[in-house]
Ligand binder design. Structure first.
Ligand code: NAP
Length: 335
C-alpha cells in the first residue's frame, strides 16, 4: 500500500518533510502541495511530480490524498487539522497543534466525535535514539523513582524577531512534551526565573531564562533556555532517580587528539541534531497509518503543551509560580 500525502505549507520544514517522504520513507509519496506563495508551491510540487493546488482545503478534500501534513504558519494549523478530521483523513501537524488551548480542545473534541485517532503532532524528540534509550531506563525502574530532571536547550544565536515569549512557546515547547513523555505524568506548575542577561542578545530579549516545573507526583524539573549561547546547538537532559541517574548522550562525533589537545565538535543547529528523529517520526507515522493505529504524539499532547505554554508565559511575565490546569484526560487518549 502507498500512502498518498498532501502537504499544506511548503516553507522550510514543509520542504524538508517532502524530501523525507520522497527519499527516506517507503510506502508513501507526496501527491499534492499548497502554499500561500503559489510560485513556491508549483516549484516544490513539480520537484516531486505532485500537483500544486490552490488552498489547504483543496489538498484536504482531494480524492487522491489519503493523509495530510500541515507545515504552514502556526495560526493556520487549527483550521486545517479540523478540516482533515471533518474529511476523515489522517493529519500530521507540525507543532503547535493550534496557537490557543481552546482551539486545541476543539480539535480534541472533533477527533473524539469522529471516533478514532486521526491526528499526530510533530514532537519529534520522542523519536530520538537518546531520548528513547533514556525512557527505556526510566520505564525499567533501573534507577528507581525519578526525583529531579535537569534540562538545557541552547541555540547559538537568535534573530531580532525572536522575543522573550518565544523562548517558552517555540523553544521550550519541545521540553514540555518530552518531560511529560519521559516521566509519563503531567506538569502541574511553572515558574520562570530571569538570570543576568547575556550581552550577546538583542536588547528586547530576556536571555537566558531559567524555568522550573513540578509534576503531579512532585518531580522537580529545571530547564535552562539560552538561545544566544554562541557555541552551538546543545540539548541536555539528565534524570536523577532514587538509585541512579540517566543522561542523554551527546551526538556522536570523533574525538581528535593532537597538538596537546583533545577536542570534539558541537552541532550547530536543530536540523542536524534531530535529522534522524525526523526521519524515524515519518517512517513510523506512515507505518501506523498502514496499520490503522496511530501511536505518536496525540491531539491531547498538543493540548497539554499549549496549556503548559500559557502557564509558563504567564509565569515569565508575573514572576509567580503558575498552576497548569488541564481538563481531565479523556479515556479516548489512554492513560
Ligand atoms: P516557514 O518557512 O515560514 O513555512 C511556513 C509555510 O507555510 C510558508 O511557506 C508559508 O508561506 C506557508 N503558509 C502560511 N500560511 C499558509 C496557508 N494559509 N496555507 C498554506 N500555506 C501557508 O516556517 P517553518 O519554519 O517551515 O515552520 C512551519 C511550522 O513548522 C511552524 O508551525 C513551526 O513551528 C513548525 N516547525 C517545527 C519544528 C520542529 O522542531 N518540530 C521545526 C521548525 C518548524 P509564506 O512564507 O508565504 O508565509
Amino acid at each position: 500500500m502507498t500512502v498518498h500525502i498532501g502537504v499544506i505549507g511548503a516553507g522550510m520544514i514543509g520542504q524538508d518533510h517532502i524530501r523525507r517522504i520522497t527519499d527516506v520513507v517507503t510506502g508513501a509519496d507526496v501527491v499534492a502541495v499548497t502554499d500561500v506563495d503559489t510560485a513556491r508551491s508549483q516549484e516544490v510540487a513539480s520537484g516531486v511530480n505532485a500537483r500544486a493546488l490552490s488552498t489547504g482545503h483543496d489538498v484536504i478534500n482531494d480524492q487522491l490524498v489519503d493523509a495530510v501534513v500541515v507545515t504552514s504558519w502556526g495560526p493556520t494549523h487549527a483550521e486545517y487539522v479540523l478540516g482533515a478530521i471533518e474529511a476523515g483523513k489522517y493529519v500530521f501537524c507540525e507543532k503547535p497543534l493550534a496557537t490557543t488551548a481552546e482551539d486545541c480542545l476543539r480539535i480534541v473534541e472533533a477527533e473524539q466525535a469522529f471516533g478514532r485517532r486521526l491526528v499526530q503532532v510533530g514532537f519529534m524528540r520522542r523519536y530520538d535514539a537518546g531520548y528513547r534509550a533514556m525512557k527505556q531506563v526510566l520505564d525499567s525502574g533501573e534507577i528507581g523513582a525519578p526525583l529531579m530532571m535537569h534540562c538545557a536547550h541552547r541555540n547559538a544565536s537568535s534573530p531580532e524577531s525572536y522575543h522573550s515569549d518565544m523562548a517558552v512557546q517555540d523553544t521550550a515547547v519541545h521540553e514540555f512534551d518530552i518531560i511529560r513523555w519521559l516521566l509519563a505524568e503531567d506538569i502541574v506548575s511553572a515558574q520562570v526565573i530571569k538570570p543576568r542577561k547575556t550581552s550577546r542578545r538583542f536588547e528586547h530579549l530576556q536571555d537566558p531564562q531559567f524555568m522550573l516545573f513540578e509534576t503531579a507526583s512532585g518531580v522537580r524539573v529545571d530547564l535552562e533556555v539560552f538561545v544566544n549561547c554562541q557555541y552551538g546547538y546543545d540539548i541536555q537532559c539528565e534524570t536523577v532517580g532514587e538509585t541512579g541517574t540517566v543522561r542523554l548522550p551527546d551526538p556522536a562525533d570523533v574525538w581528535v587528539r593532537g597538538a596537546g589537545q583533545l577536542r570534539t565538535g558541537v552541532l550547530q543547529d536543530w536540523k542536524q541534531r534531530f535529522a534522524a528523529a525526523f526521519d524515524r517520526e515519518f517512517v513510523e507515522w506512515v507505518a501506523s497509518i498502514e496499520d490503522g493505529r496511530l501511536a505518536g504524539p496525540s491531539a491531547w499532547d498538543g493540548y497539554a503543551t499549549a496549556v503548559i505554554s500559557d502557564a509558563t508565559t504567564e509565569a515569565l511575565h508575573s514572576g509567580r509560580v503558575v498552576s497548569v490546569d488541564l481538563k481531565d484526560r479523556p479515556a479516548f487518549y489512554g492513560s
